[in-house]
Write a protein that binds this ligand. Sequence first.
Ligand SMILES: [Zn+2]
Length: 139
Amino acid sequence: MSVQAKMAGTAGEPGPIGPQQTYFRYLQEGQWRIPRCCGCGQAVFYPRIACPTCAGQEFEWVAPCGLGTIYATTVMRRPAQAGGDLNLCLVDLDEGVRMMSRIEGVDPAVPRIGHRVHGEVRRAGEQSLVVFELLEGAQ
Ligand SMILES: [Zn+2]
């Protein structure tokens, strides 16, 4: 039983929705889920139709443990009236997938490659997204 099919059914849509829509639908509900291949057990991100490891097309949607390591980090400069500087980063989740996000809770220039981080779903206006914070003692 695939989550995709179930969700498409409740929405009354003609066909199964794509994996990206499923991802964002979970986020809108405040849940952070990533697809894991039923064939080889590998987590897959960004969500896609077929597993890049084994080409399997069956996925279960699992909640990541939330822990990861910064792979790359940069500061996006913004004027103060637009909200000020913002951190942009790539995080390697412990599940073995890489995602783009940002680090909040510290000066955007503080995070460094290799820092351990923890992510959770945050609301930003109409949108929900996964943002990270540095783990205690990471600095
Ligand atoms: Zn696979």
